[in-house]
Design a protein around this ligand. Sequence first.
Ligand code: HEM
Length: 174
Amino acid sequence: MSPNAFIQRWFRAEIAIGIAAILFVGLLIWTPPHFYAWIKAAHVIAIMSWMAGMLYLPRLFVYHCEAEVGSKQSETFKLMERRLLRAIINPAMAVSWVTGLWLATEAGFFRSGWLHGKLVLVVLLSGAHGFFSRWVREFSQDRNTRSQKFYRMVNEVPTVLMIGIVILVIVKPF
Ligand code: HEM
């Protein structure tokens, strides 16, 4: 990666973190009636968008592996992957974190075991998100070296994490 591209990416990440922090603090200060339920609704909507993208992107990688480098099909997959990541997956993850942390703060869940378990799984999910971003970049530069089988296996990771996360937050077993 060139130094310019690195600085640009770092700058974008700083802006995103800044906006998320401002939103989070703003939500802590401004809390009208029934606000908790509204934020929970926003949380579930954001989670659905994040998960939809996280389940679809590895499928695109599987099909992209079959496309010849430089072909029209390969260029179409690049566009689809980049748009899915930038327009849906990245913003949905940011909204999920901001609303989730606000809900936990507001309801005083930070001492609950189920939330600790959920946070471990959500951090793993965010790590998977990081790897997906890296692979979108590698595909966009025609530098993918991984097999179709690898992406088929990776495809199951978000599903398994999602099942654990939903059980922890709904059943609250501990
Ligand atoms: C990003 C970090 C996250 C944090 C800090 C967080 C935290 C929370 C909190 C505190 C609640 C409210 C629970 C309640 O009122 O009983 C909640 C609700 C919920 N979360 Fe998350 N969450 C996060 C991400 C996720 C993810 C990744 C998923 C699913 C894959 C998820 C699924 C849900 C669902 C389905 C509910 C609604 C539960 C209900 O109706 O009681 N959350 N979350």
